[in-house]
Design a protein around this ligand. Structure first.
Ligand code: FMN
Length: 352
């Protein structure tokens, strides 16, 4: 059977989804990953429904899509059903193929506003929110959630059932509770309870870094597809590799030149998209930090670029880095990186 799914009438083929990541999955990053191939769906960073509702420019800028990135889902968060509904309608107008509701963010800034994962404890409010959003849009509505608030409150199956009852067309589940934040390991088996509770497609998410992880996560959860976040920063080809494997092909293993080209292409995208060089440099440093963590000589290239205040030396440092790897015939070590110490940002922390 082909590894694909449909979100009501939106075909996601292959069933590989780039997870929403605040501060990371902006339009440029989404286009970078999509360009690798093997990506069935991308999701924006979460966007505040209140800010969309109040017409805050920065929020609307975050919701801007590239004409070439379809299907794409815009994720919104908030607590007020009517504001969520109005924001969702705005996202549809902007061209979203899907509107996703955030029920997973553990950030205090979000949960103290009692949205994100805090909604996992409020089934009545969740129901009203699903109904209000559903009534406001004609594109599919989906929900991304955690397993529950804590191990005593594993409400994901209940909230998923409510979501389906109110017209949601897919549920994505990060196999951790809110209280776990990013600690411990994602429990893919626990996602099976959600799969058993609903008949809409389910995505399994959390700690998928390799093709083997994806295969195990699918087997343990029974989910219909995978959603990968941090793994794409370590290995931008991971979704393609998973898609290759699921289609019976040998997973693509990019040569060093492709890796270098990938990072430099991303730099070009950042340069074009950023208002000033200063902003572009900040974003280049951040992404190089992610892309090289745990890699051979990664520390050295990070040190070299973190002290740069201009763009050209950053390009030069990355070039020199890859030349060194090539000269020393280092070709692997990239896909085996297994630490995931990428902490999410608090909303609003990012500077562009
Ligand atoms: C930096 C960062 C930002 C995140 N921002 C969002 C977000 O905006 N919306 C959301 O639903 N989840 C967000 N997440 C959670 C991820 O989508 C995902 O559920 C989580 O990282 C586990 O998957 P992974 O192990 O594949 O990264 C974020 C995670 C990280 C690391």
């Amino acid at each position: 059977m082909a590894f694909e799914l449909t979100i009501r009438d939106v075909r996601v083929a292959p069933a590989t989804v780039l997870a929403p990541m605040e501060g990371i999955t902006d339009r440029e990053f989404r286009m970078l990953i999509r360009g690798m191939g093997g990506v069935g769906l991308t999701v924006t960073e979460f966007i505040s429904s209140d800010q969309l509702d109040k017409k805050v420019k920065r929020a609307w800028a975050m919701a801007e899509l590239d004409p070439a990135e379809h299907p794409v889902s815009i994720q919104i968060y908030g607590r007020e059903p009517e504001a969520m509904a109005r924001a969702a309608a705005g996202c549809e107008e902007l061209g979203a193929d899907i509107v996703d509701l955030n029920f997973g963010c553990p950030s205090k800034r979000v949960t103290c506003g009692l949205s994100g994962s805090a909604l996992m404890r409020e089934p009545a409010l969740a129901r009203r929110m699903f109904a209000a959003v559903r009534a406001a849009i004609s594109v599919p509505m989906t929900v991304k959630m955690r397993l529950g608030w804590d191990h005593d409150t594993l409400t994901a199956p209940e909230i998923a059932r409510i979501a389906e009852g109110e017209g949601a067309s897919l549920v994505a589940v990060h196999g951790r509770t809110r209280m776990q934040l990013y600690k411990g390991v994602a429990d893919w088996r626990a996602v099976r309870a959600v799969k058993d509770a609903v008949s809409v497609p389910v995505l399994v998410n959390g700690d998928i870094l390799t093709v083997d992880d994806a295969v195990r996560a699918l087997a343990e959860s029974g989910a219909d597809g995978v959603m990968v976040g941090r793994g794409t920063m370590r290995d931008p080809w991971i979704l393609r590799k998973i898609a290759d494997h699921m289609a019976g092909r040998t997973p693509y293993e990019p040569p060093l030149d492709d890796r270098r080209a990938c990072l430099l292409r991303y730099f070009d995208l950042l340069r074009d998209a950023s208002r000033t060089d200063h902003i572009a440099i900040g974003r280049m440093k951040k992404v190089t930090g992610y892309f090289t963590r745990g890699l051979p000589y990664g520390d050295e290239v990070r040190q070299a670029i973190f002290h740069s205040h201009e763009i050209e030396p950053i390009y030069a440092a990355v070039d020199a880095y890859f030349e060194r790897l090539a000269a020393e015939a280092i070709r692997d070590g990239f896909s085996q990186v297994h630490d995931l110490e990428i902490a999410p940002f608090e909303p609003g922390q990012r500077r562009r």
